[in-house]
Design a protein. Sequence first.
Length: 486
Amino acid sequence: MSDTVTMADLYPVLPEVCLALMAMALLMFGVFRGDKSTSSCSWLAVLALLLTGVVMALLPEEADLAFGGQFVVDQFARFMKWLVLIGSALAVIMSINYNAREGIERFEFPVLILFASLGMLLMVSANDLISLYVGLELQSLSLYVIAAFRRDSAKSSEAGLKYFVLGALSSGMLLYGASMIYGFSGTTRFDALSNLFTGPSPDPGVGVVVGLVFLLAGLAFKVSAVPFHMWTPDVYEGAPTPVTAFFAVAPKIAAIALLVRTMIGPFGELFDQWQQIIIFISIASMVIGALAAIWQKNLKRLLAYSSIGHVGYALVGLAAGSEEGIRGIGVYMAIYLAMNIGTFCCVLSMRRQGVLVEGIEDLAGLARNHPMMAAAMAIFMFSMAGIPPLAGFFGKLYVFMAAVNEGLYILAIVGVLTSVVGAFYYLRIIKVMYFDDPEDAFDRLPAREIGLIMMVMGAFTLFFFIYPSPIIDGAGQAASVLFSAG
């Protein structure tokens, strides 16, 4: 590998370079203008994320490598990066009105989200264990700060501290696994690792397998999969609600993409060694996500366990280890993004006397005060439960069909049964909204931008079955690249 960076290296990384430059420019703008510039910074951050997407769309579609093969740009990376950019942009928009109301308006907030998004883009395109770790840490350091962004709240500070301590532990495990893999294989490059294990009877050795287990443990923490999920409910509850919405979508999509690329790419030939781990994590996440949410009284904690369950469903596609399974993950994450952003828009809009309500019982009477918002919430809840013909049904259908086609019948059955159990707490929310007597009236309509996002996400979730081909075809192309490359 040459020590000099050429234009051929910079061309594939142009979206990331643009985002980094815009984030630093926005930081300088905020420093000189002060907190009065928060609203401007937020909208400029949204513009920066959209411009990054435009630059990415203008690059050639064929796969390209940069920095001696450490960075890869292909259809899989583009598909997942679009989801990350959309999730990040929507989270920034959702935060503008909330931060102003709660008195935590700081220009650093959108800047931190930009740096976290930059880390996520690097994660999705990582083609080496070193670049994987650099992207992961850039994302994590920003997330630690925004989790504790409400400094005068003990819950928010606790959330940030818990996330930092457990995040540091998981990063250590991941780094230890990566060092073991390097020590026993002699390389950190994904393509070199893939070639190393290719053959009629690949023998990775005990050291590589142990390293792979530690690597999986670190990545499982990042997607909040059981048994590395313990931080999720506390952080979701304690963090400011727009931060929780951000945590629920963009970092999770990036971590799932990283997990898929790492397992299918360099360790694709070791499928038999890691498949059983993924099956265990998937089943445990689906079961814990379904059962633990039943007793929750706080809506954000319930959504935390719901997200753990959804990660379990997405991992069913990875356990299948087929192109069809990876396509199912792509479809699932796109639908998951829409359902979660829409749900958190509803949560952000529910106020009584100017105070945000987060208890499930507090939803009583929402249908009488705000019938449209209650209808949107009902759509998202039915979709998360997997009720046809809503989008959530198709997300589960694609991953379960991939598992069945690969003979993983028990995994698919567990997925269906936990979906039935999970439907209980989603339907309970709808019951409270429509049939329980209200205590006090809700405040009037939500902020205009939040109402618009809610409406768009509701329409996407409700009418996905009419024209699903853009998402399905995009996910299919993303999946085929991973397998043709392997």
